[in-house]
Design a protein around this ligand. Structure first.
Ligand code: BGC
Length: 448
């Protein structure tokens, strides 16, 4: 029987007055029980599938780090997600209890018409499959997470990577629009789907919802930043959700944005002007790193109607940018573009590049409360799992071939027509990519 908690509360409440009084009393107690920062003092679950793969692949130094579980299709709820992941949600929750962990990180990632601006992680659900998303994906997850056996686990959910930001930057009349994102904006199913997920998951006393907010190289420009904030708020008020269902937001998930540029920020003056006005890398972005971006977004979101106690998560699994090419001092150039290009730690060809980036390294190790407003640095994208195949690979996972994963691709408006910077010979998204894993280890920063 797939009855979500919210629905069952309604059923209980209509049964007898006495029952409904009890329900009200417990839900108030439960609401009070949510922690300000679930990561504080937590022991975070280590995924045995990923851990074994990492240890067997030369990654003994990091194999005991916690990584998130991705529920990237309906079947993943029962039997594991892409690649070498074999455990279903219940298996992971049981293993977490057994491990003595009290926090597990789960990525909710299966919206209708998923990945509307790219092809590498197109999902299984058609743009109109909202009911299927609700009934066959979210409801069963809620039912499992709501099992009393897991009541002592803090369950952190990262809600729907890339979807809401796509509704802002990749829709008409922008040059970066795709017909697929236009369709998802028009049919409302991203907003409705996220709203449903927030409402149903947020009703569980031990679930902490964090909505994906892309990264500074995507929403860091003022027009994107404010407009996306409004869409997050819209989703948090859709389909039964309220902003109280949102515990926080997650930045840089599966991306490569540096945490903090050591040698400049957007206001650093070079040649008499702030580098924010330089045309190549910063290009009027207000942020040059994920930490300042996440902190500023927190303030902004609290100001437009979200809870003032919001906490942020930053995915630091692959944003280390260490290794021999890492600059060790600020450039002395007085040309802003040259200065930035010689000083920046993030060595991507373009900030819009996102697939299996050459030169990337493991970033900060997972850590609770690392900075003001930040609940955790966390490894949401498991290091070693591909972002997408570098050529067409037939598959039954709904995954397409995105040329941004092809090192010979010369780009599109979303990366200002630059080379993709992707590593060659990559497998499907979510599948193990040994060559990338080795590079991530070699370029880790802080070094391993
Ligand atoms: C893929 C998923 C995978 C996840 C984590 C996504 O890009 O589409 O299948 O589970 O990455 O590696």
């Amino acid at each position: 029987m797939r009855v979500s908690l919210r629905k069952s509360l309604v059923l209980a409440a209509t049964a007898t007055l006495a029952t409904s009084l009890v329900v009200v009393a417990t839900s108030t107690a439960n609401a009070a029980a949510k922690l300000d920062n679930p990561y504080a003092g937590a022991q975070v679950y280590v995924n045995p599938d990923w851990s074994a793969q990492a240890a067997a692949s030369g990654g003994q130094a990091i194999a005991n780090q916690p990584t998130a579980i991705w529920l990237d299709r309906i079947a993943a709820i029962e039997s594991g997600s892409a690649g070498s992941n074999t455990m279903g949600l219940r298996d992971h929750l049981d293993a977490a209890v057994e491990q003595g962990a009290n926090l597990i990180q789960v990525v909710i990632y299966n919206l209708p018409g998923r990945d509307c601006a790219a092809l590498a992680s197109n999902g299984e659900l058609a743009p109109t499959d909202l009911a299927k998303y609700e009934n066959d994906y979210i409801d069963p997850i809620v039912e499992i997470m709501g099992d009393a056996a897991y009541a002592n686990l803090r369950i952190v959910t990262i809600v729907e990577i890339d979807s809401l930001p796509n509704l802002v930057t990749n829709v008409s009349p922008r040059e970066t629009a795709t017909p697929e994102c236009d369709a998802m904006k028009a049919n409302g199913n991203y907003v409705q789907g996220v709203g449903y997920a927030l409402a149903q998951l947020g009703a569980l006393p031990n679930v902490y919802n964090y909505i994906d907010i892309g990264h500074h190289g995507w929403l860091g420009w003022d027009d994107n930043f404010d407009a996306a904030g409004d869409v997050f708020l819209q989703a948090a008020n859709a389909n039964g959700a309220t902003p109280a269902d949102v515990h926080g937001f997650a930045a840089n998930v599966a991306n490569y944005g540096i945490l903090d540029e050591a040698y400049f920020d957007a206001n650093t003056a070079v040649g008499g002007r702030p580098v924010r006005e330089s045309t190549e890398w910063v290009d009027w972005n207000r942020y040059v790193g994920e930490l300042e971006y996440a902190q500023a977004y927190r303030d902004h979101l609290a100001g437009i109607g979200f809870d003032s106690g919001l906490g942020m998560i930053i995915d630091t699994s692959r944003n280390g940018w260490g290794g021999p090419d890492r600059p060790t001092r600020a450039s002395t150039s007085t040309d802003p573009n040259t200065f930035v290009n010689e000083s920046r730690l993030d060595r991507r060809i373009h900030l819009g590049n996102w697939c299996n980036q050459a030169g990337a390294g493991i970033g900060e190790r997972p850590k609770a409360s690392p900075a003001t407003g930040i609940d955790a640095y966390a490894w949401i994208k498991p290091p070693g799992e591909s972002d997408g195949a570098s050529r067409e690979i037939p598959n039954d996972e709904g995954k397409g071939f995105d040329r941004m994963c092809d090192p010979t691709y010369t780009g599109n408006p979303r990366n200002n027509n630059n080379m993709s910077g992707a590593l060659n010979d990559a497998p499907l998204s979510g599948h193990w990519f040994q060559a990338q894993f080795e590079e991530l280890l070699a370029n880790a920063y802080p070094p391993l």
